[in-house]
Design a protein around this ligand. Structure first.
Ligand SMILES: [Zn+2]
Ligand SMILES: [Zn+2]
Length: 272
């Protein structure tokens, strides 16, 4: 890899993040990263839908001030990108249109965490559905999330559903959902968005990483924009499994991953 970077990380501005913003930046510098996107949760899906009052909403005003100061303070050591991870729900589309007007970010990941009104982090989502029903509804939501009316840069963690699934075989294989996944990949490419390789999917079997049928198919269809993110909520996981992710991407025909500044992608060579 040309240099170390991480495009998906959380600080304690996220309801479930551990490190303070500054300690996250310092950890990244200590680890040798030259680029860090802090992509705290902006969960307007939890505002628009009932039953999510327990999710602490992000303080965007304080965060903007703090991240702007840190960008300057550490400018000679690291490129710090002000990112957000939006939680998609179609009911929240107008709220995100408002967020982007008032909070200009460098980089936005659009992710699906809630499907049919339930967070797929919790067992109740799976208890009420067969695996086929659960994964099909999730992939339909991911497909919808590509077409939102607000700006974003990458589609986050496709296959997230498999992380917490309760089925004996959690795997989300390309061959089981090929039409739906093709539809997602073609839409991502047509919109000029990036597909994220998220390395937090350890122990689950999703065909994007470590198995790579989805990634390979994305390349076959003409996909070029990929990002690599650890989804770390704790600095010990910064760049976790990035060598494996880079090797997987190279084996599928990608030569570069991309990092974003001001919504603009820059290539990072994977074969150096
Ligand atoms: Zn996420
Ligand atoms: Zn995340």
């Amino acid at each position: 890899m040309e240099y170390l970077f991480d495009t998906h990380t959380h600080s304690d501005y996220s309801h479930d993040g551990v490190p303070s913003l500054e300690s996250l930046v310092i950890s990244a510098i200590d680890k040798g990263l030259k680029y860090l996107a802090v992509t705290d949760h902006c969960d307007k899906d939890c505002v628009a839908l009932p039953g999510f009052d327990w999710v602490r909403q992000i303080d965007l005003v304080s965060r903007k001030k703090e991240i702007s100061a840190l960008k300057e303070k550490y400018a000679d050591k690291i490129v710090l990108a002000d990112g957000l991870e939006y939680g998609y729900a179609k009911e929240a589309n107008d709220l995100y249109v408002q967020v982007e007007k008032t909070y200009p970010a460098d980089y936005v990941i659009n992710s699906v965490h809630v499907v049919e009104g339930v967070d797929v982090y919790f067992r109740e989502y799976f208890e009420a559905r067969t695996k086929k029903e659960a994964y099909t509804a999730y992939l339909n939501a991911v497909r919808e999330s590509v077409d939102v009316p607000y700006a974003y840069d990458a589609i986050g963690h496709v296959g997230y559903i498999a992380r917490m699934a309760i089925y004996p075989d959690k795997s989300m294989l390309y061959s089981d959902y090929n039409d739906l996944i093709d539809d997602i990949l073609k839409a991502v490419i047509a919109k000029g968005k990036a597909l994220e390789i998220n390395t937090a999917s350890k122990g689950t079997k999703c065909d994007l990483f470590h198995d790579t049928a989805i990634l390979r198919r994305y390349r076959q269809l003409g996909g070029e924009l990929i990002t690599i993110g650890s989804d770390s909520h704790d600095p010990s996981r910064l760049c976790d499994e990035f060598q494996e992710a880079a090797a997987a991407a190279l084996s599928c025909g990608f030569r570069y991953a991309f990092v974003y500044k001001n919504h603009s992608p820059s290539p990072v060579a994977l074969d150096k």
